[in-house]
Design a protein around this ligand. Structure first.
Ligand SMILES: [Ca+2]
Length: 244
């Protein structure tokens, strides 16, 4: 039955042309939105000062820093610094925090800025995070340290996904993330449009690649989305796009 609600009688709507397909609007947007979902999984979809304090506490606890310790305080301060430097300038007047759209705007602005600016902001924070993630201070981040650190930000991301992330970020396969590997992973995940950037695997298999059908990993395939099943559970990044 045709009703005014389902519009089934409207024959004027043109069919979707073949050259238009449902693919991620762009891979960077997909990464940022997925990252935001994970960052705010326990703060009702809003990123604000208190949620950064909570992240710092969680990360400190996962690494094993004692409650109320100097290490915990340093971790919380690093998160608050991230909040102040990267996000606070984008918080609308009268608002306490960033919603999904505002967060996306904040990160895309950073991504579109100069490499010098990215290095001075997110790059500098990545350096700070490296020092915090490297709990045993041997100048490298091992698998356990990586999990503990990431668990603070992304408590819902499974350990298996973070193990897969680690394997991709450890580009020389020595079992550790160097300062450079760790820092570039952070900068690449949040700002890179390079489909082959190792940092795309920061949280595990990149969301824009869709689920793996046979358990094998697919690398650097963002430019060849044809035939890949579309993800329908992140509507914010799916939109019709005419292929150029
Ligand atoms: Ca270490």
């Amino acid at each position: 039955m045709t009703t005014w609600q389902n519009g089934g009688g409207d024959r004027r709507r043109p069919p979707i042309p073949e050259e238009v397909s449902l693919v991620p609007a762009d891979m960077l947007t997909a990464k940022i939105e997925y990252g935001f979902e994970q960052l705010t999984a326990r703060s009702n979809g809003v990123l604000d000062g208190p949620s950064h304090v909570a992240m710092g506490r969680r990360a400190a606890a996962a690494i094993g820093y004692a409650l109320g310790s100097e290490d915990e305080a340093r971790m919380i301060e690093a998160y608050l610094n991230l909040w102040r430097v990267v996000h606070l300038p984008h918080v609308p007047p009268g608002s306490r925090g960033l919603n999904r759209a505002e967060f996306l705007h904040s990160l895309l602005t950073l991504a579109n800025s100069t490499p010098t600016h990215r290095a001075a902001t997110l790059g500098a924070l990545a350096e700070t995070f490296f020092a915090l993630a490297d709990a045993d201070r041997d100048e490298r981040v091992n698998r356990e340290e990586y999990w503990a650190f990431q668990h603070g930000h992304f408590p819902e991301v499974p350990r298996t996904a973070l193990a897969e992330a680690f394997d991709h970020l450890d580009t020389d396969g020595d079992g550790y993330l160097s300062r450079e590997q760790f820092s570039s992973a952070i900068v690449e995940f949040w700002t890179s449009r390079d489909p082959d950037a190792p940092g795309n695997w920061f949280l595990g298999r990149p969301v824009y690649l869709g689920p793996s059908s046979d358990g094998e990993t697919l690398q650097g395939t963002a430019a060849t989305p044809a035939g890949r099943p579309a993800r329908d559970d992140w509507p914010g990044v799916m939109e019709a796009r005419v292929r150029s």
